[in-house]
Design a protein around this ligand. Structure first.
Ligand code: FAD
Ligand code: MLT
Ligand code: ZN
Length: 475
């Protein structure tokens, strides 16, 4: 881009959103050009922060005219570098952070309509204010945006009971790559009028349009809840416990998460203020939440009966149930502390595998054997959503040994291949909830059926023929 073209483009953006919302100063741009885990760094002509859907549409049209690509960015907490420009083409980062309006709350319809830039935690709070639950729960909920959650089809810890983001979205408003505004903000639970553009945009990671508004489902707020941390001797025992609790407690299980001992130790080592809830060491821990809409439900009694039988069967060795809100929060802080702990421990790469729930033990045991045999200097930790068959194999590479980026990239590709081959042999997927972004494009190409990839490319070409929307991501 020549200097005069660049200046007239930036002036046009300033006309649309106001000069102070077009950030060009290098220091102010910096936080938008590096991802949360500091694995990707990009360049941009500007960070542009529109305040309304109309402004987003005008910005996209201006980018079209100037042949500049648009990289949508929410809270920039994504795992795959999707919100960071990849530098092949001049880009702007379009940040949704000024779009934080709650547009409508309808408790009788159990819906909330919001701007895409609302923080996930903000939506949870507004829902609680009308005695409803918005159930999505992630470690990044204080900084990720709902538009980012929709664009990545986020998962988190409550998927077992309430589903992924895809299951929680009723309507979407988006600016398409053409600059047109698609108003799909329906509050309907049933609408069978042809192809569903909403489901194309969910999980599209900014490649098919900019999500500007969302209608979300709300749920009754549970009046009883219980959090328990349970020590189990093996991953097989964790699965047996899940099966038992499903039979005993059914839909009351809202979260059933697992963590290996080394991951548990890593989180606690980095947060010395957090109490260790159970004495001794256990190879695996289960993080459990039970809830019930009835204030009088006796969850404690139900769990105690189940756990007593599980102790007898040898699938549980110890357990603690939180007796206060603080204790429950501290247990969940351990669960939600993994990403930060992993980042501190070295160059951390979190695989995001899904396999059938019944195959999780096989998956973990095979990965453990293969990685420790072939890559003895790479440490492997496990954390995940056992109830969804989604296990994160976290490979941590010592920073000093892997300072050379080529050595790191080559070893990482081999580690990825080991994990992906085992997952594929079990009928699994290379991404359950984090997405593809720029990290996993090559793995996607190796894993996905060619027909499905062709179909994805055709859709992208149809909606975005000039490829201005987040190029170099996903496909
Ligand atoms: P960003 O990182 O800003 O963007 C992610 C992708 O979405 C990019 O491709 C971007 O272009 C696109 N995008 C963002 N906003 C829009 C928009 N309005 N329109 C179109 N495209 C858009 N993820 C999980 O699924 N489960 C977890 O348990 C989980 N735990 C996490 C814990 C921590 C501590 C951290 C840091 C991250 C975690 N994540 C988890 C990953 C991340 O928080 C989610 O992927 C989240 O949904 C991303 O939201 P964001 O607003 O930060 O999006
Ligand atoms: C989680 O489940 O905590 C995340 O998806 C984290 C991660 O893989 O780092
Ligand atoms: Zn996860």
């Amino acid at each position: 881009v020549s200097a005069s073209d660049r200046n007239s483009f930036l002036s046009r953006l300033a006309e649309i959103v106001g000069a102070r919302n077009v950030v060009v100063n290098a220091a102010d741009m910096e936080p938008f050009l590096v991802d949360w885990r500091k694995r990707y760094r990009g360049k941009a002509l500007a960070i542009v922060q529109p305040a309304t859907t109309q402004e987003v549409a005008s910005v996209v049209r201006a980018c079209h005219a100037a042949e500049v690509s648009v990289v949508p960015q929410g809270g920039n907490t994504g795992m795959c570098g999707g919100a960071i420009p990849n530098d092949a083409i001049p880009s702007i980062v379009l940040s949704l952070s000024r779009m934080k309006r709650i547009r409508d709350v309808d408790p009788l319809n159990d819906t909330i309509t919001v701007d895409a830039g609302c923080l996930l935690a903000q939506i949870q709070q507004v829902a609680a204010g009308v005695d409803r639950l918005f159930p999505m729960s992630l470690g990044s909920e204080g900084s990720c945006q709902i538009g980012g959650n929709v664009a990545t089809n986020a998962g988190g810890t409550a998927v077992l009971r309430y589903g992924t983001m895809r299951d929680l979205v009723l309507g979407i408003e988006a600016v398409l790559p053409s600059g047109e505004i698609w108003n799909g903000l329906t509050r309907l639970r049933k609408d069978n009028t042809g192809y569903d553009l909403r489901h194309l945009l969910v999980g599209s990671e900014g490649t098919l349009g900019v999500i500007t508004g969302v209608v979300l489902k709300l749920f009754p707020r549970p009046k009883s809840s219980l959090t328990s941390l349970i020590a189990v001797p093996s991953i097989e025992a964790a699965l047996a416990l899940l099966t038992k609790l499903r039979a005993d407690c059914g839909e009351r299980i809202t979260m059933f998460e697992v963590m290996s001992l080394n991951e548990f130790d890593l989180v606690l080592a980095g947060q010395p203020d957090l109490p260790r809830p159970l004495g001794g060491d256990s190879p695996w821990y289960v993080f459990l939440e039970l809830t019930d809409p009835l204030a009088t439900a006796n969850l404690n009694e139900a769990l105690e009966t189940s756990l007593a039988a599980a102790f007898e069967d040898g699938i549980v060795t110890d357990a603690v149930t939180a007796t206060s809100l603080t204790q429950a929060e501290n247990i969940w802080r351990i669960r939600h502390g993994v990403t930060e702990a992993n980042m501190r421990a070295g160059i951390s790469v979190s695989h995001d595998t899904a396999v059938p729930v019944s195959s999780v033990p096989d998956f973990v045991n095979r990965v453990d054997d293969e990685i420790s045999r072939r890559f003895p200097d790479v440490s492997v930790y496990y954390v995940g959503h056992l109830g969804d068959g989604n296990i994160h194999v976290v490979a941590i590479f010592p920073r000093d040994d892997y300072a050379d980026p080529d050595h790191f990239a080559a070893t990482l590709a081999e580690v990825n291949a080991v994990v992906d081959e085992i997952a594929t042999s079990l009928g699994g997927s290379i991404s359950a909830e984090h997405g593809i972004g720029q990290s996993n494009r090559r793995r996607l190409a190796a894993f996905k059926e060619p027909l499905a990839l062709d179909f994805m490319r055709s859709l992208k070409a149809m909606l975005d023929p000039t490829n201005i929307m987040n190029p170099g991501k996903v496909i």
